[in-house]
Unconditional design. Structure first.
Lengths: 79, 322
């Protein structure tokens, strides 16, 4: 089970990011939980300024834009 | 090289669609095709090149470099980095908090917030290719100057009370560092993803800008602007700024509008003032900023930008007019 957190203040790009992760997870049949983090203190706590950011199992893997489907697949299937 | 777009528009609009070059529709359609194709082409190429060399400055890097500098160096760096850091306005809240948290003074943070949406390297290249390097340089210099003076004006200690209290309590974690793939394949992939990201974010505003520019170019007679927006009309500049403030677009999207207005004989100062006020601040941006600063500061911020852009307008109309 992989845990994803999408960091963002609720803009459209953040929704797109969360949706993309959920879609790709379903496609690759990897069980995941996707949580949206909108609390500013929490987002900055991860050391991210440019949203949307993506946290995988507690580690920041992406910041400053919607990740591509390939990137998401890599997170899902890698280590 | 860019003449290709004129030829493309000639072929497509005059020969393909059979529109007469003298007709209003023909003029508008020609402007739309030529500018639309040129701007999207330049946008994609520049973002790709910048992405390939990974020289796109992130707000995280800007924060690290500006933080811990003396106040005056901070202002200069904030304005310079503001000019090379394109950021989405939905990031302005975390950016604002992150800067203050790094001990960067409020004034320096404001200088960055003012300059960043107005000036960036992508818009500069497009500006040079559509309106010439003199206007591009004037835009760059005044954009940075407005940011610098604004930062200094907002450095008063009393204004600290206008920042929401919770902002001061936030503690930021160590700046996240992301794994970077430096292989050729990784660079190409990253560059392509940057193009998708940035074009995907702003294409609508660019298209709208080109559409409005085309409409002005084809359908609004030069006499209209001569009568209402000439340099001898003292209200033209403030009205242009008032119209531009609530509107949201980005620096690239507003260029075709400026280009069309300039070609119609609207004075350069009025055009610059309008372009800057559209790019710098908008109603959505104010609503976003309301989450971190109190209404008083938003009003002061907007008021300052209004005065600054009107001053820019008058100055350039006076310097380059008649």
């Amino acid at each position: 089970m992989k845990t994803f957190q999408v960091l963002g203040s609720g803009c459209r790009n953040c929704d797109t990011t969360a949706k993309r992760i959920a879609e790709q997870a379903q496609r690759c049949q990897v069980p995941v939980t996707v949580e949206k983090v909108t609390d500013m203190a929490a987002i900055l706590g991860f050391g991210v300024l440019s949203t949307p950011g993506v946290v995988l199992d507690g580690k920041v893997v992406h910041a400053g834009g919607v990740p591509t489907a390939e990137q998401v697949t890599q997170w899902l299937t890698g280590g | 090289m860019l003449e290709g777009f004129t030829i493309l528009a000639d072929r497509l609009v005059f020969q393909g669609l059979g529109l007469a070059p003298e007709s209003a529709l023909g003029q508008a359609a020609h402007f739309f095709v030529e500018d639309g194709a040129k701007i999207f082409f330049l946008l994609a190429v520049i973002v790709f090149v910048i992405g390939f060399f990974r020289s796109l400055m992130t707000p995280e890097q800007a924060r690290r470099i500006i933080g811990g500098r003396s106040r005056w160096r901070g202002y200069v760096l904030a304005v310079l980095f503001g000019a090379v850091t394109p950021f989405c306005s939905c990031s302005s809240v975390p950016l604002f908090i992150g800067f203050l948290e790094a001990g960067i003074p409020l004034g320096v943070t404001m200088a960055f917030l003012i300059t960043s949406p107005m000036v960036n390297e992508v818009a500069m290249v497009i500006l040079i290719s559509t309106m010439g390097w003199k206007i591009a340089l004037a835009y760059l210099a005044t954009g940075m100057l407005v940011g610098l003076i604004g930062g200094i004006a907002f450095s008063s200690r009393r204004l600290k009370g206008c920042v929401e209290e919770y902002v001061w309590k936030i503690r930021m974690g160590a700046t996240a560092t992301l794994a970077v793939d430096h292989s050729l394949k990784g660079r190409l992939g990253y560059a392509a993803s940057q193009v998708r990201e940035i074009v995907g974010r702003i294409w609508l505003y660019v298209l709208l800008g080109v559409g409005v520019g085309a409409g002005l170019h084809g359908f609004v007679p030069t006499a209209f602007f001569a009568a209402h927006a000439a340099a001898d009309n003292p209200f033209a500049v403030p009205i242009a700024v008032l119209v531009g403030i609530p509107l949201y677009s980005n620096a690239t999207g507003v260029i075709p509008i400026g280009e069309a207005l300039l070609a119609k004989g609207v004075p350069i100062g009025t055009v610059l003032a309008l372009m800057m006020s559209v790019a710098a601040i908008s109603l959505p941006e104010m609503i976003i900023l309301r989450r971190v600063i109190k209404p008083t500061l938003i009003a002061l911020f907007t008021g300052y930008l209004f005065v600054a852009f009107v001053a820019v307008g008058y100055l350039f109309n006076w310097a380059f007019g008649g």
